[in-house]
Design a protein around this ligand. Structure first.
Ligand code: UDP
Ligand code: MG
Length: 320
C-alpha cells in the first residue's frame, strides 16, 4: 500500500515514570508501525517525550530509548517539575517546531486506550482538526476523584465554559491548531478549555480507561485543586461578576428590611430608639460595599483578559 504522508507525533508528559516509560514507548512504536503498514500515517512519525523534571531515572531511560530507536523517539527535559499542563504545552510546541501534521497526546501510564489512536487518525483523515478522547466511564478512578471531576465539569459549564464531561487530555490536534496555540502567550493556559473553544472542526472518540499498570498517580489533592482553579480562572470571570450580583441582592434585601423595620417602629412600636436607623444603614452600606467590590471586580476581569494577550480573533479563510 502506498505510504500516507501524514506525519504523526505522539507526545507523552512524564513525571517520575521510570517503571513504565520503556514499555509505553515500545507499545506506542508498535501502534505507529501498525498505522504505517495500514497506510494511514507516514513512516517518519515519531514519539516525543517531555520529562517534567523527574527525580528518578526517567530521563536516562528516555536517552537510552533515543539511542536505540533514533529519531523515532525524541525528547526534552524540564529543569524542574512544572506540572502536566506545561509539559503538554511544551510537547505540542516542540513537535510543531520539529515538524508534524498532527499530534496525539497520551499519558505515560497508557491508562488511555492506545488503540483509539487509529480512530483519531481516521477522524483526522475525515477532516477533523481536533479529535477529543472522551472516557467511557470513571471506573478506575477513586470515589473522591470521580465526584470532584464531575463537580468540576458541572461548575465549568455553569460558569460558561462548555467542556463536555469526562473530557481528557488524550486528543489529536492538527498542525493548524498548533499554529493557533502558538499565538496564545499566557503561561497558565488550560488546554481542555483552549482546544474546546477554538471553533475548529472537532470529533469525539470514546475510549476505555485502564487501571494504572505500574507506579502511582502523580496527582495529589493539591495539584488537582490547582489544575481545577487554573481551569476556572483562566476561562471565566463569572466568579467576579457573582460578587456584584451579591451586592445588588444585599442592597435590595436592605430595602425589604427597611420596610419591616418601619412597620415595627411606627405601627407596632416594638423597637428601641435608634435601632431602626442603625439596622437599615448597616444593611444598606454593607450591600453597597459588596456591590462596589463587584464593580472593581468587573474592571479586574477586563485587565485579566487583556494581560492574557490572547489573539482577538483567528481567521479561518481569506480571499485576497
Ligand atoms: N505528569 C506530569 N507532570 C506532573 C504530573 C503528572 O508530566 O507534575 C504526567 C504523568 O507522568 C502522566 C500524566 O501526566 O504521563 C498523567 O498523570 P497520572 O497518570 O499520574 O494522572 P492520573 O491518571 O492519576 O490522573
Ligand atoms: Mg494515569
Amino acid at each position: 500500500m502506498s505510504e500516507d504522508k501524514t506525519k504523526l507525533a505522539i507526545i507523552i508528559p512524564c513525571y517520575n515514570e521510570e517503571l513504565i516509560i520503556k514499555s509505553t514507548v515500545e507499545t506506542l512504536l508498535k501502534v505507529l508501525d501498525a498505522l504505517v503498514s495500514k497506510g494511514k500515517i507516514s513512516s517518519e512519525s515519531y514519539i516525543y517525550l517531555v520529562d517534567d523534571g523527574s527525580k528518578d531515572s526517567t530521563w536516562a531511560i528516555i536517552e537510552d530509548l533515543h539511542s536505540r530507536f533514533g529519531t523515532r523517539v525524541k525528547g526534552t527535559k524540564f529543569i524542574r517539575n512544572y506540572g502536566n499542563q506545561k509539559a503538554l504545552i511544551a510537547g505540542l510546541l516542540g513537535v510543531k517546531e520539529v515538524g508534524c501534521d498532527c499530534v496525539v497526546s497520551i499519558d505515560a501510564d497508557l491508562q488511555q486506550d492506545e488503540n483509539a489512536i487509529e480512530k483519531f487518525i481516521d477522524e483526522y483523515h475525515n477532516g477533523a482538526e481536533i479529535v477529543s478522547g472522551i472516557r467511557n466511564d470513571r471506573k478506575t478512578d477513586s470515589f473522591f476523584k470521580k465526584y470532584t471531576a464531575l463537580c468540576f465539569y458541572k461548575l465549568m459549564n455553569l460558569l460558561g465554559v462548555k467542556i463536555p464531561p469526562n473530557h481528557s487530555d488524550f486528543r489529536l490536534v492538527s498542525y493548524k491548531a498548533l499554529e493557533i496555540l502558538e499565538k496564545y502567550s499566557e503561561s497558565g493556559l488550560f488546554l481542555r478549555g483552549f482546544f474546546h473553544e477554538l471553533g475548529l472542526k472537532t470529533a469525539y472518540v470514546h475510549f476505555d480507561v485502564k487501571p494504572r499498570a505500574l507506579g502511582s498517580s502523580k496527582f495529589n489533592l493539591f495539584s488537582l485543586t490547582s489544575l481545577a482553579l487554573n481551569g476556572i480562572t483562566a476561562f471565566s470571570v463569572v466568579p467576579l461578576r457573582i460578587i456584584a450580583v451579591i451586592g445588588v441582592l444585599t442592597v435590595l434585601g436592605s430595602f425589604l428590611l427597611a420596610l419591616e423595620v418601619i412597620v415595627e417602629k411606627y405601627i407596632l412600636h416594638t423597637t428601641p430608639d435608634g435601632w431602626a436607623t442603625l439596622v437599615i444603614l448597616f444593611a444598606f452600606f454593607g450591600g453597597l460595599q459588596i456591590f462596589c467590590l463587584g464593580i472593581i471586580g468587573e474592571y479586574m476581569g477586563q485587565i485579566f483578559n487583556e494581560v492574557k494577550g490572547r489573539p482577538r480573533y483567528i481567521k479561518e479563510k481569506e480571499l485576497v
